[in-house]
Design a binder for this molecule. Structure first.
Ligand code: ADP
Ligand code: ZN
Ligand code: ZN
Length: 731
């Protein structure tokens, strides 16, 4: 053994450096590979790190170096490209490399355990002589039995969506009745029959052709209206690559909300599909991770963190709904999975396809200036037409708990015709405000600068910022008046109640975070929607996410003004995206749809452009405004956040940071420090300092000195700071 070899290890600790170790006793140089896990001692504990470099020199006196305990892998888990990507993230998002690396591994591998067996858990019927009539009252069991009957071979747990608690429970009950049994199958035997897909439209065909002919790194925006068949484009190009022996990575904002999407991928392709999201158990996640890493999965469909999965034969990355905010991790390693995906495609020299009906202004700008290819789908296949949008000026109208007569009449018309309506209100709970009509007291959170929302079902006042809950006071805490407390404003619970009063005989389904908290309840709600004729769906933006609801002919937006009044410079973009996405739920099949938008600002130029000319025209106007103001994408931002229990201390720290930055950094605009919009959250005072520059690389280069300065301030536990590159929320 070469005694001078040093291992430079990425260890999961909040340090911005690699740590040097001597190789474990008796390990030969041939078994030291970058990208393998290694157990090392640190601060009296043993941690699992990843070998980042094997070198012959160290700046540290070798006699003081500790020895690594054991090498845990004989072959690297992370290859060169994986490591380059993670290193880029650590550097760009200013997060300790060891923590970035650790977060990319499945839980058991993080703990130093061996990779699990590759067999898949699957289910089969004990006997095929089984009557579906026995399950009339157990819809989940019925679905499982049907699925098992349809398949000649055992059906894998992931195909049954066994990560869902309701499905798991149903499987357990079926097993107890000895109707089904669990078995382990080789992943290769996981072949299914492929459902035929529709013939592509000319627009779809041309998008797929462009992708097929692309060479090397090719970022492309698939700019296609809702319902234009973007998913069919994904399937077609993925199939091509799979046939060529490549693997495909597909990122989606949410999987739990879109079981239909998962279904389309697993049944529409000849290859094997794995799914990875936070709703899975650790072992299911690891199975998907390993299947991708070992090259056995042809297509990996996953949420944000799946972007880091090692995929040796990666040939294409698809980011669906690329504008979605959930791609940005808002704590710890604050990466944007969309941007990481593009960087990954660049490192790997492959195409990246970003799809959306409402592209982010960043991506759209890249398409406009030619940095990205621009594939457009402007029509819905077949006879389906995009819905017509119309504003309702509610300023002088008599509203019934937020509902205008015109909207109520429209809902009545559709329900009478046996159609379905979506009523969109981006506020959960019953009422956003509890107030005393005697003295004007308002219920506020004791830990935040925020009002409490009344949740009637939970019978609790609830802070949406910190989660604090309390019962409703029996009398006004301020003036002591009894029976003086009233609810102001509307949340989805109250809207549901109002609608039930107006339409007592129509099924009403509420879809928001509260109504879907229990796993499986969303599926059940959606099943109810699919199986009923007339129905009214009441919900928050959860409703906007990709469900195919063929009977919806009317979308009513109760209050477009929430978004318009938000001071964040991205608020118009987000509002437009939300309005278009929700509207896109209407008129998907043979029924035309319409959209009614209630507002007190009917002359708002954003709304006007959006309604009259559509998202593309709106986006161009908004881009012009951004350019004028020097905002992203025409500049680049990094946000320094700090928070602590002592407001003065936080402010003082941020003033010092400002002084440092303005003394040290060149060609960087410095804004603030300013208190956050909600300054006190969960008892912590929060301040922001915004750094902005037209030159991204110069900004990031200079950031390292600010980072060093920050690391040097020993604030202990009294103050926490973080840097956020390309922040998505700056208030
Ligand atoms: P998007 O992802 O753009 O919202 P989808 O891919 O979900 O659109 O397609 C919307 C609907 O149109 C789906 O029901 C899909 O099956 C159907 N569809 C898509 N492409 C075609 C096509 N070429 N011919 C017929 N139907 C299609
Ligand atoms: Zn009072
Ligand atoms: Zn609170």
């Amino acid at each position: 053994m070469n005694a001078r070899l040093i291992l430079r290890v990425a260890v999961p600790v909040p340090l911005y450096t690699l740590l040097d170790y001597l190789p474990p006793e008796g390990v030969s140089a041939e078994s030291l590979h970058r990208g393998c896990r290694v157990e090392v001692p640190i601060a009296g504990r043993s941690r699992v790190g990843v070998i980042w470099e094997v070198c012959e020199q160290t700046s540290i006196d070798t006699s003081r170096l500790k020895r690594a305990v054991a090498i845990l892998d004989s072959n690297p888990l992370l290859d060169r490209l994986d490591r380059e990507l993670l290193a880029w993230c650590a550097s760009y998002y200013k997060h300790p490399l060891g923590e970035v690396v650790q977060a990319s591994l499945p839980a058991r591998l993080r703990q130093g355990l061996e990779q699990a067996s590759q067999k898949l858990v699957a289910w089969r019927l004990v006997s095929r002589e089984i009557s579906t009539d026995d399950f009339r009252r157990a819809p989940v069991q019925l679905r499982i039995v049907r699925q098992l009957l349809e398949s000649e071979t055992p059906v894998t747990a992931s195909e049954l969506q066994a990560s869902d608690k309701a499905v798991r429970g149903a499987l357990r009950r079926l097993a107890k009745k000895q109707l089904v049994e669990e078995t382990l199958i080789e992943p290769e035997s996981d072949a299914r029959s492929v459902q035929s897909r529709p013939a592509l439209t000319a627009e779809q065909e041309s998008a797929v052709e462009t992708l097929r002919n692309s060479n090397g790194f090719a970022p492309m925006l698939l700019d296609g209206i809702t319902g234009s068949g973007k998913t069919e484009v994904y399937l077609a190009i993925a199939e091509t690559l799979i046939q060529e022996g490549r693997q495909v990575l597909v990122l989606v904002p949410e999987i739990a909300l879109t079981p239909q999407l998962q279904q389309r991928f697993s049944s529409g392709l000849t290859g094997t599909v794995s799914v990875m999201h936070s709703g899975l158990s650790d072992s299911e996640r690891e199975q998907a991770w390993s299947a991708a890493e070992k090259g056995r999965t042809d297509l990996l469909l996953g949420t944000r963190s799946a972007v880091f999965t090692p995929i040796p034969r990666l040939g294409l990355i698809i980011v669906d709904e690329e504008h979605d905010l959930s791609y940005k991790q808002q704590e710890g390693h604050r990466y944007s999975a969309r941007d990481v995906a593009v960087m990954r495609a660049k490192l790997a020299g492959i195409p990246a396809l970003l799809g959306s009906a409402t592209p982010s202004l960043e991506s759209l700008n890249n398409a406009i200036n030619g940095r990205y290819g621009w594939l457009k789908l402007r029509e819905r296949p077949g006879s389906a037409k995009p819905p017509a949008m119309q504003l309702i000026d509610v300023r002088k109208l008599p509203l019934r708990r937020g509902l205008s007569p015109a909207l109520i009449a429209a809902v009545r018309e559709e329900t009478d015709a046996g159609n379905q309506t979506i009523l969109f209100l981006n506020r959960r709970g019953y009422a956003p405000q509890l107030t005393c009509h005697e003295c004007g007291w308002i219920a506020e959170c004791r830990h935040c600068d925020a009002r409490m929302t009344w949740h009637r079902q939970a019978a609790r006042l609830w802070c949406h910022h910190c989660g604090y809950q309390q019962p409703k006071p029996a009398r006004c805490p301020e003036c002591g008046a009894e029976e003086s407390l009233i609810f102001l404003g509307q949340g989805t619970e109250r809207l549901e109640e109002t609608i039930a009063e107006i339409f007592p005989h129509v099924p009403i389904i509420r879809i928001d975070r509260d109504s879907t908290r229990r796993k499986g309840s969303l599926d059940r709600s959606l099943d109810r929607v699919h199986s009923s004729d007339a129905a009214i769906l009441v919900g928050t933006q959860m409703l906007a996410k990709g469900h195919d609801l063929p009977n919806v002919t009317l979308v009513g937006i109760l209050n477009a003004d929430h978004g318009l009044l938000n001071p964040d410079f991205r608020a118009p973009e987000r509002t437009a995206q939300l309005l278009v996405q929700v509207s896109g739920r209407a008129g998907r099949a043979d029924k035309p749809g319409r959209v009614l938008i209630q507002t007190r600002h009917p002359d708002n130029p954003l709304l006007q452009t959006l309604i009259r000319k559509g998202y593309g025209a709106f986006a161009r106007e908004e881009l012009a405004l951004r350019q004028e103001a020097g905002f992203p994408p025409f500049s680049h931002q990094v946000l320094l956040r700090a928070e602590g229990l002592d407001a003065a201390m936080v402010e003082d720290f941020m003033q010092q940071a400002r002084d440092f930055a303005s003394g040290e950094m060149e060609n960087v605009e410095i804004h603030g420090p300013l208190p956050a919009l909600v300054e006190r959250k969960a008892g912590h005072y929060r301040w922001h300092l915004l750094l902005q520059s037209v030159d991204r690389s110069s900004l990031h280069r200079q950031l390292d000195s600010l980072l060093a300065w920050l690391i040097d301030r020993k604030q202990g536990r009294k103050l926490r700071w973080s840097l956020d590159s390309d922040p998505q929320e700056v208030l």
